[in-house]
Every structure is written in structure tokens, then in C-alpha cells.
Write a protein that binds this ligand. Structure first.
Ligand code: CA
Length: 444
């Protein structure tokens, strides 16, 4: 526990929802992530509308029903009203005091011994009986490159003598991504594009042969800013609601040919997958850490620096990638873990990414999505992409049953998972995002 935590993070707090108290649960009462869901409809029945919900244990609390069925403190009704139509945008736009007030109210209501328990018991759905939607439809998506070990390893593959470009430790590198192809995963279609078989050969239009994933965090903007009005570091976190997992699917062969001089384009825009639950920065309070930079690195420019960021800007989130091939699935073999890394390895914090994005006056809006960039560790087994783990496709990775991989094959399922642990705090998780590669489609 630290200066940022409050009663909602107390390690002794337990829920009357029994599954929320099980060890290893991603969604204890200390987490309370927000998402959109609807009960699965029986065959031939009309689909119910999307609703706002809170994950608690293996259940979802239906917030529209909870608004109707349960007594609340007087000031909480207006917050629940913002969510009653199943749209998270108005609530995210309402700002941190509102986010904190609802978190406190939900924490009290879902805690063991709450008088609201008997009412709210009737507002739960098993997570296994609902389907999830994107928490918000992002209007804009930006992908950064804040994972310095990823930048080093990928840079070394391309420029062995000069892996890190001179701007890296001064300016958060990013590019404007494609919002229309952001989804929840499930399945991802192998793209087709311009690829080259050798450096000398002319390109052909063909299925991607070096399909990859990237392990990232997605940062979700809560409160926007006016065009022309930068967000200072001191207020950057007031604009960020929270985080999810993000898989930046990448076509390496297309990327290698197209990226010069303007950066990624079609190698990235065919799919980006996020996990469905928004874990608030408030829930992450026990896992905030100081930012540590090597002593001989440049200090951040003043517009990217703040005392709060130095003391608490990092977030200790363990990140994992798991893979199950089609053959493993058929043989009944469980997914294997390909890598484990930590969000503390990012060179730039979420606040710095947001402050930098707005620093030229660019306006961010509620629901905008910022990817952190691939979050790899410095050790060989900590690469957050196959490009890193296979050293650019030169070293195959061994899998159960004698299979190997350099890049993804059709039928492969990639699962990203994340969780936070700290002494004196209850573990929370981000859940997961999963995607299975489908074969390429012919143009029609
Ligand atoms: Ca990326």
C-alpha cells in the first residue's frame, strides 16, 4: 500500500461474491473493471441491448439493473444514470472525482456484509453466459514505441551497430493507427500484401508469411482536451481512465518493405485486438512505482516531467503471451507460455505518452486508444513478439509435440494475459485477449 491507495484497496476487503475471493482471481473487489456485455440470447430470440457491467469474480454486475433494483447513496444515482444506456462514454468523460465516487460506492456494495448484497445478487450474470463488446468504439488509435528493450532488439536486427535511434530517449515515438480494425480478437484474418521473397526480388502481392503479435497495453482516454490546448504532465492522469491488454498484430514481411520513410501502414491496420475490461488507474494504485532511468540518460524535457511521475509514474504489471497451435488443440494440449515481461520496462509512462500526444495541441477524445508499444524485458525469454523471440525468424521456437514456430501459422491462438502483484496488496488481473489466425481470403 502507498500514498495513492484508499479503503477500496484494503487487502482485508472481501466480497460476498464467493469467486471474487479465490486466490488467482483477476477480478477481486479491489479491481472493479468496467465493460460492456449482453446476456447470450437463446437460438432465435432477439438479442438484448448492450449494457454496462462491472466484473466481480466470475460474475458481471449489470449496472442498469443495479440502478433499478438496489438502494444507493443519493449522489450515486446520477453516476449510474450515465451508464444505464450501456454506453461508457458519458461516464468516462465525467472525470476522476466521478470515477472515484462510483468505485467507492461499488466497493462498499460488493463488500462482504453489505446491506446492498441481497439486492445486487439479483443483478449478476455468470461471465460464461454473456458476450462482451468493445468497451468503447475508439474514434482514434495511436500506437507508441515505449518498450525500450523491444526497440533495442528490433533496432539491432536492422542496424547491428546503431540499434537505438538518437531521438529515442528524448521523444516518445508513435504513429497514428487505424481505429476501424480495433476489436476484441476472437479471430484474425491473415493479411495479403506486398512482400518480397529476397532483398533483390521484386515484390509480389501475396499472403503474409511473417505474421506476428505484439504484447502491449492499451490506454483509454477518459476526458478529452480542446484542440490547441496541451495537457500538462500534472494533469495527464486525470485524462486517462484506465488500461486493457492490446495485441498489435503485425505483418513483418509487409512492414519491412513498406515502412520507409513514413512508418507502419498496411502491416498493422488489418487488426488490433484489445481485452474487454477497462481496469482503472485507480484500481492500479497499489502497483504504482517510481520511474527509474539509467544515470547517464537525458532527463525528460520539462513538459514530460513531473514530481508525481518520477515517484509513481510506472505501473508494475506482469505481462504474458501464451500460444496454442491447431495441432496442440487437437491433441488436447494446453497453451504454452512464450514470454513474460513487465510494464515497468516501458521507457515512457502512460502520463508521458498522453502529455506528449497533446503537446502540439492535438485534441484527444473520450474513448481514444493509445497503445504503449511492445513491452519486452531485457532477457531473451522476455520478448513481446515473435520477431524478438525468433531473432527475426532465424531461430525457431520449440513447442510441445515437436512443432516449431518462427512466425504464426493459420490456426494458432495467441493469448495475452496480465496481472499485478505487490506485497500487502490483493492481486488483480486485466483478464485476457485471445485471437486465432484464420487463413487468408482471396480478393473478390
Ligand atoms: Ca506496436
Amino acid at each position: 500500500m502507498n500514498a495513492l491507495t484508499d479503503a477500496t484497496h484494503h487487502p482485508a476487503l472481501r466480497s460476498w461474491v464467493p469467486s471474487a475471493n479465490l486466490p488467482g482471481c483477476d477480478f477481486p473487489v479491489q479491481n472493479l473493471p468496467l465493460g460492456r456485455f449482453r446476456p447470450r440470447a437463446a437460438e432465435g430470440r432477439e438479442l438484448p441491448p448492450w449494457r454496462a457491467g462491472i466484473a466481480i469474480g466470475d460474475q458481471v454486475l449489470d449496472l442498469a439493473l443495479a440502478r433499478q433494483q438496489c438502494p444507493w447513496p443519493e449522489d450515486v444515482y446520477s453516476l449510474l444514470d450515465l451508464l444505464a444506456q450501456g454506453d461508457l462514454a458519458a461516464f468516462l468523460a465525467s472525470g476522476r472525482p466521478a470515477w472515484r465516487r462510483l468505485r467507492a460506492a461499488l466497493s462498499a456494495a460488493l463488500a462482504e456484509g453489505s446491506e446492498q448484497g441481497p439486492f445486487l445478487e439479483l443483478c449478476l450474470h455468470p461471465q460464461s453466459a454473456v458476450e462482451m463488446a468493445l468497451p468503447l468504439a475508439p474514434r482514434d488509435y495511436t500506437d507508441f514505441y515505449a518498450g525500450i528493450h523491444h526497440a533495442m532488439t528490433v533496432g539491432r536486427l536492422m542496424r547491428p551497430d546503431n540499434p537505438l535511434l538518437p531521438n529515442y530517449k528524448w521523444v516518445p515515438i508513435g504513429y497514428h493507427g487505424r481505429a476501424s480494425s480495433v476489436g476484441l480478437g476472437g479471430s484474425v484474418r491473415r493479411p495479403r500484401g506486398q512482400v518480397k521473397s529476397t532483398a533483390e526480388a521484386p515484390p509480389t502481392y501475396a499472403p503474409c508469411r511473417r505474421l506476428d503479435y505484439e504484447l502491449e497495453l492499451g490506454l483509454w482516454v477518459g476526458v478529452g482536451n480542446e484542440l490547441g490546448q496541451p495537457v500538462p504532465m500534472a494533469r495527464a492522469e486525470d485524462h486517462l481512465y484506465g488500461v486493457s491488454l492490446l495485441n498489435d498484430w503485425s505483418a513483418r514481411d509487409m512492414q519491412a518493405w513498406e515502412y520507409q520513410p513514413l512508418g507502419p501502414f498496411l502491416a498493422k491496420s488489418f487488426a488490433t485486438s484489445v481485452s474487454p475490461w477497462l481496469v482503472s488507474l485507480d484500481a492500479l494504485a497499489p502497483f504504482r512505482r517510481p520511474v527509474q532511468r539509467p544515470a547517464d540518460d537525458p532527463e525528460p524535457l520539462p513538459y514530460l516531467d513531473s514530481a508525481f511521475n518520477r515517484a509513481h509514474g510506472g505501473i508494475d504489471i506482469t505481462l504474458e503471451v501464451w500460444l496454442q497451435t491447431a495441432a496442440m488443440r487437437q491433441a488436447g494440449q494446453a497453451a504454452v507460455r512464450l514470454s513474460q515481461s513487465n510494464a515497468l520496462d516501458a521507457y515512457w509512462t502512460p502520463a508521458q505518452l498522453l502529455a506528449h500526444h497533446s503537446s502540439n495541441g492535438c485534441n484527444l477524445a473520450t474513448g481514444d486508444l493509445l497503445g504503449t508499444g511492445t513491452l519486452s524485458g531485457s532477457a531473451p525469454g522476455q520478448g513481446g513478439s515473435l520477431l524478438e523471440l525468433s531473432l527475426g525468424g532465424k531461430q525457431a521456437i520449440d513447442l510441445p509435440g515437436g512443432q516449431t514456430r518462427t512466425f504464426l501459422e493459420d490456426g494458432d491462438t495467441v493469448v495475452l494475459r496480465a496481472y499485478c502483484e505487490a506485497p500487502g496488496a490483493v492481486r488483480i488481473g486485466l483478464g485476457e485477449v485471445s485471437g486465432t489466425v484464420l487463413p487468408v481470403l482471396d480478393p473478390v
